[in-house]
Design a protein around this ligand. Sequence first.
Ligand code: C5P
Length: 226
Amino acid sequence: MIWAVIPAAGRGQRFGGPTPKQYLHAAGKPLIEHALNALLAHPRVAGAMVALSPGDALWPGWSRLQDKPVLRCVGGGERADSVLAALRALPDEVGDEALVLVHDAARPNLRRGDIDLLIAAAETCADGAILGAPLRDTLKRAADGRIAATEPRDGLWRAFTPQAFRRGALTTALDAAAQAGVIVTDEASAMERMGAKPHLVEGREDNLKVTTPADLALAEYLLGKA
Ligand code: C5P
């Protein structure tokens, strides 16, 4: 059994404006609806657990989408706290060995082929797998607005979501990071702290996370073409 876990408790402060970015609209729907639909339309995904901020008045109240259950829980102060809360809130029938696909609510353009590749990799690797893409730009280290160094980009990837891990192992890893006071910005880094070496699966570059108004315009364009 595979469940989707959607951290959606962010306030989207980097985007600016009063509306958390997961509720901004592109192609006629909130970003979170695109993200949920993409995951729940996959035949292997049984349901979704969404972590919301306390008192979220914008959540549309879905209990089912794509004829599958959509459950919700209260998230936490950091993304990792929200994911941990969602993992703990999953139904008991989702055992420790079940795969969970953790996906940002503000990443609306996820395609079926990428989910297929990710699940295939995670099922053959006990350490899990994530979607990502190799860096294409030249990397500069900045100091006081000037270039201090050019960094080698060989072997460097950008990490996307979904990230796929076993429920039990990921819960243990996120709990350990929280106990140690380490803020992890994705699930893989929590697993890496425990010695895991998750697979990197090359995914589509257009699986973008909406962080700025320019990203939203691009998402609108991409979703309109889909
Ligand atoms: O801010 P960022 O782009 O890293 O957020 C990625 C995802 O994590 C978003 O879907 C956001 O709603 C979620 N998040 C969360 N709880 C937080 C912070 C962010 O669920 N405390």
